[in-house]
Design a protein around this ligand. Sequence first.
Ligand SMILES: NC(=O)c1ccc[n+]([C@@H]2O[C@H](COP(=O)([O-])OP(=O)(O)OC[C@H]3O[C@@H](n4cnc5c(N)ncnc54)[C@H](O)[C@@H]3O)[C@@H](O)[C@H]2O)c1
Length: 324
Amino acid sequence: MGSGTHRPACLVTGVAGFVGSHLAERLLALDYPVVGVDNFCSGFEKNIKHLKNHPGFCFHERSVTEKGLLEDLTRLQPGLRICFHLAAIVSVPYSVEHPEETMEVNYHATVRLLEEAGSNGLAAFVFAGSAAEYGDDPRLPLSEEFASHATHHLSPYGRAKFLASKAVAATPIGASLRCFNIFGPRQDPGSPYSGVISKFIDMALNGQPLTIFGDGLQTRDFIYVADIVEAYLLVAGLVPGKGRPPSGVYNVGTGRSISVLDLAEAVLEVTHRPKALNFLPERPGDIRHSVASIAALNHVGDWIPRVSLHEGLERTVKWMREDG
Ligand SMILES: NC(=O)c1ccc[n+]([C@@H]2O[C@H](COP(=O)([O-])OP(=O)(O)OC[C@H]3O[C@@H](n4cnc5c(N)ncnc54)[C@H](O)[C@@H]3O)[C@@H](O)[C@H]2O)c1
């Protein structure tokens, strides 16, 4: 694959998922060989179908809970130097019903992979953390140091992500990206965890009223998937001219929040649908407000989100009309 042969190979776990498939696509476009792993627990074959014929891509249908996984993969691909660990149980309600399984997949498997990364000489280990690590902390904007062992995590998902982020950030090769609400093409509107944006667009395109839980004044920090991917590249040290930022935990959001009600209006505008909203009772456990402080990643790597909400919505609607 030309110049790519000398570039470090990257493992992407959760490659058949929403974010993982975008990350793999971008890495391949930059000529980095990609080893993808997924067990299709919430991801889809269709998300990586277009990558399968790429000479730099190879795929292993395996679980990240398998001991020795990284060792096996480095044997098959000796150039493996970077691990992007995105595979996880992503449904918060599922995590509440299955706390032990969530801890095993989202925390213990991460620690094992991290140890194997260290002993196999990997240069960087980047973990998909989550805003759920802040629980219902009311101090806004949410700053990395706010999440602690004392945080009231609202779900095993949030707790496991927090513990895993801590473990990753404590190693010299590790960085955890605490991602806020990601949206974009390939997000599955049918999944219980899926962001409200994919659900709103799906409802709008199907001529249904948009369902809002509560009064719609709850706010969130929505970030377009391409901006998340650039943050992953940055903390792995793959952005030309920029060194790898120090190990640690970094928020990835826009630093701006929007109410669910205003978001609904924006989706209706982009999809050219008349205003039709359906209010249902607030869901227990829903956080009222959430917005990231993005000063840390900006400080270490000049990172800023580049895609506006409007632009991101337009790209997502286009994709959902054509391929979704
Ligand atoms: N989407 C968001 O808004 C958001 C926000 C914060 C954090 N995150 C985190 O980012 C990561 C990617 O999320 P996503 O939105 O792309 O979700 P996704 O469900 O689309 O992707 C997760 C992928 O991991 C795979 N997977 C799950 N368990 C596995 C296992 N044991 N072995 C191998 N593969 C396994 C799934 O099949 C899926 O393809 C997750 O870790 C998630 O917690 C996502």
